[in-house]
Design a protein around this ligand. Structure first.
Ligand code: HEM
Length: 129
């Protein structure tokens, strides 16, 4: 497996464990205030990053390594900033608006760059066929 794929899956598993433990804590305490945080950790952190990792595993050398690492960095930074603000919102505090907006923009930018990665790899595959 490529290093980029391992990096995506490694971080995704950490998010999955954190999201699942948070879900267990919510269930055990019957306090569901952190439900949005739980959902976003699992979906942005686990599902989103694992899907990207799977793509880079399949694409292999057809995907640009530099672009893939940029997607990794941008997406992870976006997740961290956004999740910190979702935590604030879920605990009844106002979010720090510029941090929330920066996080959201980074997440969308990461996904857009991922889309470019997919298109370029698809183009290489078509050219080789
Ligand atoms: C050990 C694993 C997990 C546990 C114990 C768990 C637990 C929970 C609990 C207790 C709730 C709140 C239910 C309620 O309000 O009635 C919830 C909601 C939710 N969970 Fe999980 N969960 C787990 C894994 C996951 C995973 C893997 C995902 C997604 C990939 C996920 C996505 C969601 C979503 C989208 C919601 C609804 C959030 C909302 O309504 O705001 N969960 N989960």
């Amino acid at each position: 497996m490529s290093r980029i794929s391992t990096a995506f899956f490694g971080v995704a598993v950490l998010y999955a464990i954190a999201g699942m433990v948070l879900g267990m804590v919510m269930g055990a305490s019957q306090d569901f205030a952190m439900r949005p945080l739980h959902a976003h950790i699992n979906l942005l952190g686990w599902a989103g990053l694992a899907i990207m990792g799977a793509f880079y595993g399949i694409a292999g050398a057809r995907a640009s390594s530099r672009l893939a690492w940029t997607v990794f960095a941008v997406s992870n930074l976006g997740n961290l900033l956004t999740l910190a603000m979702v935590y604030k919102i879920s605990s009844g505090q106002p979010p720090i608006a510029p941090v929330l907006v920066a996080g959201e923009i980074l997440i969308v930018a990461g996904m857009a760059l991922f889309g470019v990665s997919v298109l370029l790899a698809g183009h290489k595959t078509a050219a080789a066929a």
